[in-house]
Design a protein around this ligand. Structure first.
Ligand code: UGA
Length: 451
């Protein structure tokens, strides 16, 4: 099939590349000339495991190309995917400027019948808006077109795998013939497909992200409660997760969710609800709980270390999650900002996100590895759970730190091991480990917890 994907962000680039890999002819088009020339030179504008090899192979075999000429990409395609950004406006609404602009280009270049597929995350009703724009502006009113909603559920860091093996494929269409084009396109993946109306497909995307965000804020609230009791959140989550109705995924307590999607999509859903006269109280609380987690983490450091003024904190992990260099809504930014604001110093290390962080915090001390970061620091703070941090030589970490204190925002270490190794260890929702019984105002020691 001849396809084009407009927008070469995470969703557009990965989707286009995977469709090419399935044997289709794909043009990935973007108005950003710099991005397109990078891609034509074989360089990826984003870090995503496995993407570069897949792009290289499909480009070499002539199925995948990159262009800035969106109009001509539209004209030569039977199916046109819209995969442009929908950032949040200051009032929480999704900004649909890019989607509308692309719809106009499609309208002007609708030379023959096409299926227009919306892959961008858009509020319910956007399919209508795209249809109206194209209907009003297409030069020949006899040329047919269909607008389909086909939301994307891929995650950064595992985007290729998620696109090849999605849990489900959602196709929202008002005409069966349009839905069938997409069924045909996705058939080689052999995954469950659900065909709905356009409105429901648009709603499925937001509801899924909002539900996952709710799961995270829920478990973080339970973790905060565990800290006031003798309970251990990892055991609580495990015990809950075995119930099939609950499921064990997205029950990892920590610093809260970040990234380009959950924050934006929860805000947009609250705003859609408000515009429709519904007060989405639950989701508003989910957002608030999430924004409080980094503050609680820094407060915990202050409880243990006293004032952070003049103290040095080694921050391990800057990206919003492992396997990406993406810093959007990363908890590291919030935490570093808070430490600096009270006069603390930061030594930071991340395997790939340091260049991006430097743009936000040019003056903190960037280190070439985790050991350099902890050297001479008053405490280590684990913010992103990269695999390499799970396997750190903790004996070396202990020797390098000024004092053996670790704050673990992602619960990656075993508290019992930390106790044996002589650390004071503070994680999220688990009893703290301290070598001597300390008065920790609100925090209980391991010894107290054992009583
Ligand atoms: C998320 C969804 O998982 C995808 O299905 C969706 O397609 C995507 O948004 C999108 O709308 O484009 P992503 O933002 O890449 O994907 O990242 P996730 O792996 O879902 O993680 C989001 C955040 O939640 C991370 O900050 C992660 O650390 C946090 N998280 C996740 C937790 O704090 N606890 C958990 O148990 C799971």
């Amino acid at each position: 099939m001849d396809l084009c994907v407009i927008g070469t962000g995470y969703v557009g680039l990965v989707t286009g590349t995977v469709f090419a890999d399935l044997g289709n002819n794909v043009i990935c088009a973007d108005k950003d000339a710099e991005k397109i020339s990078m891609l034509n030179a074989g360089k990826m504008p984003i870090y995503e495991p496995g993407l570069e090899e897949m792009v290289e192979r499909n480009a070499a075999e002539g199925r995948l190309s990159f262009a800035t000429d969106i109009a001509s990409a539209v004209r030569s395609s039977e199916v046109v995917f819209i995969a442009v950004g929908t950032p949040t406006r200051s009032n929480g609404n999704a900004d649909l400027t890019a989607v509308s602009a692309v719809a106009e280009i499609i309208a002007h270049n609708l030379s023959e019948s096409k299926v227009i597929v919306n892959k961008s995350t858009v509020p319910v009703g956007t399919g209508d808006r795209v249809r109206e724009i194209i209907e009003a502006r297409r030069p020949d009113k006899r040329v047919e077109f269909h607008v389909v909603s086909n939301p994307e559920f891929l995650r950064e860091g595992s985007a290729i795998n998620d696109t090849l093996y999605p849990d489900r494929i959602v196709i929202g269409a008002s005409k069966q013939e349009a839905a069938m084009r997409l069924v045909e396109l996705y058939a080689p993946l052999e995954r469950p497909m659900i065909i709905t109306d356009v409105y429901s497909a648009e709603m499925i995307k937001y509801s899924s992200n909002a539900f996952l965000a709710t799961k995270i804020s829920f478990i973080n609230s339970i973790a905060n409660l565990c800290e006031l009791t003798n309970a251990d959140i990892t055991q609580v989550a495990k015990g809950m997760g075995y119930d099939k109705r609950i499921g064990s995924d997205f029950l990892n307590a920590g610093l809260g969710y970040g990234g380009s999607c959950f924050g934006k999509d929860t805000a947009a859903l609250v705003s859609t609800a408000r515009n429709l006269g519904y007060d989405f109280k639950l989701l508003k609380n989910v957002i608030e709980i999430n924004s409080e987690q980094p503050k609680r983490f820094v407060n915990k450091m202050e409880d243990v270390l006293g004032s952070l003024d003049g103290k040095t904190i080694a921050i391990l992990g800057l990206a919003f999650k492992p396997n990406t260099d993406d810093l959007r809504d990363a908890k590291s930014l919030d935490i570093i900002g808070r430490v600096l604001a009270v006069g603390g110093n930061v030594k930071a290390y991340d395997p790939i996100a340091m260049e991006n962080t430097r743009k936000v915090f040019p003056l903190i001390n960037y280190c070439s590895n985790a050991y350099e970061a902890v050297a001479g620091a008053d405490a280590m703070a684990l913010v992103t759970e990269w695999n390499e941090f799970k396997f750190l030589d903790l004996v070396r970490v202990k020797e390098s730190l000024k004092q053996p204190i670790i704050f673990d925002g992602r619960n990656i270490y075993d508290p019992e091991r930390m106790r044996r190794m002589g650390f004071d260890y503070f994680s999220v929702g688990r009893p703290p480990v301290t070598q001597i019984t300390m008065a920790l105002g609100g925090l209980q020691t391991q010894e107290q917890a054992a009583i």
